[in-house]
Design a protein around this ligand. Structure first.
Ligand code: HAH
Length: 406
């Protein structure tokens, strides 16, 4: 049908009645998200005074334009970035059944479980696994031909109560803890072997404070640094084909970046199976700078590692990494200034990522839309944030158009 209309149009144009350049004219005159408004406006114009008196032609113009707008509208993030990297999103099983499901199918070709595969949720008692939420997400990915990233096998947060203590509540030995880590990783990685192509094996073990090195966690106080290399080995034994990542935030601040680089270099030198670095990408409208972002990607890619942005969002507030109480004057509104800065920041981030497409092998957003983000309650509870590309009604924001028009 599209073909017929177009060839009829062509015929009219070659007859000399050609005054129509629907596609070009419209694309230039309006941003893609204004198609509907512009079309209505055009139609009204024709109703009042058809340009050539040729109603048939005017109708065809409207129909073709509608079709081209519809085709444009069907493209999602993943389609714009098909020549670059997969576009992912972190989800709960609930959003896969809700109104978000359609948006997820349209825009994303990779999924991460926001919480369902973390040790606390998936392994609540020793030897008892809660598979259903994680399975639901993996199944959705499979049914929709999406990639699946696993998050995360070893982290200091969201751990189950039993993990670090014995039956009497006493802290376990290093041997017992490593044995528990091995059992956990083997069970989880084996279950999703062939379905999860990349795992965040170890998450956030480097301290934020430049005067420290490793984070002072239960894992570290019981095992020393050994648990890190072991986690990668256990994961590799369970699925030799999976790509294994070290994942962290604040990776553009020079001190932390250097410590991560030092740790990862030592792992590589020891022959530990590590294939990539996850830069979480919990960024803000104020940071990182283009220079720091490029520097981080360069530095890790130079180690021969794949780089993925694993948890992208752009907070409209300055970054803070520790919880705190709300302040009385705490803003909650998405102001035009925030919006403008966010458009610019998202534009910069994706320009850089496209530029590094040979090193950057995946980009994942942390949550679907501004309707709900983990940043609504972190680091300040009840402070609304607007960090994503879709608004609270699941509509693309101006920052979305900035990211896809290049
Ligand atoms: C990430 N940490 C975690 O990797 C992810 O699993 C979680 O759902 C959200 C964010 C970021 C982080 C943090 O947990 C604590 C302080 C700063 C940043």
């Amino acid at each position: 049908m599209v073909h017929n209309i177009l060839s009829y149009l062509n015929k009219l144009m070659s007859n000399g009645s050609a005054y129509l350049r629907p596609d070009t004219a419209l694309r230039q005159s309006c941003p893609a998200n204004r198609h509907t408004t512009t079309l209505n406006f055009k139609l009204l114009t024709f109703n009042r005074r058809p340009a050539t008196g040729n109603w048939q032609l005017a109708t065809i113009l409207v129909v073709t334009t509608l079709l081209s707008a519809a085709a444009q509208d069907n493209k999602g993030l993943k389609d714009y970035y098909a020549g670059y990297f997969p576009m992912g999103v972190a989800v709960s099983p609930q959003v896969l059944k809700g109104p978000e499901a359609e948006l997820i199918r349209k825009h994303f070709n990779s999924l991460t479980a926001e919480n369902a595969m973390k040790m606390g949720p998936i392994h609540p008692e020793e030897g008892r696994y809660n598979w259903a939420p994680a399975d639901a997400i993996v199944n959705f990915a499979q049914e929709n031909g999406m990639r699946m990233r696993g998050h995360t096998l070893c982290w200091h947060n969201q751990t189950p109560d039993w993990l670090f203590v014995d039956k009497d509540g006493k802290t376990v030995s290093k041997e017992v803890l490593l044995q528990r880590l091995k059992a956990h990783i083997t069970e989880v990685v084996t279950r999703y072997k062939g379905k999860i192509y990349a795992w965040d094996v170890v998450n956030e073990v480097i301290d934020d404070n430049d005067s420290k090195f490793y984070r002072d966690s239960k894992w570290y106080s019981i095992c020393g640094e050994d648990f890190i290399a072991k986690a990668f080995q256990y994961a590799h034994e369970a699925d030799p084909d999976a790509l294994l990542f070290y994942n962290d935030y604040n990776t553009e601040s020079p001190g932390k970046r250097d410590r991560i680089h030092q740790m990862v270099t030592a792992l590589i030198d020891k022959g530990v199976p590590i294939h990539g670095i996850g830069l979480q990408g919990h960024w803000s409208i104020y940071e990182p700078s283009e220079r720091e972002l490029r520097f981080s990607i360069d530095k890790f890619a130079a180690l021969g590692l794949k780089v993925q942005i694993t948890e992208l969002d752009v907070s409209v507030y300055p970054l803070e990494h520790s919880r705190r109480e709300p302040r009385p004057d705490e803003p909650n509104k998405f102001t035009p200034e925030m919006e403008q800065k966010q458009i610019t920041q998202y534009g910069m981030i994706f320009r850089v990522l496209r530029n590094y497409k040979d090193s950057v092998t995946g980009v994942t957003f942390w949550n679907v839309s501004d309707k709900h983000s983990w940043l609504d309650s972190f680091p300040v509870r009840d402070r609304k944030n607007y960090p994503l590309l879709f608004d609270q009604n699941l509509q693309p924001k101006k920052a979305y158009w900035k990211v896809v028009k290049f």
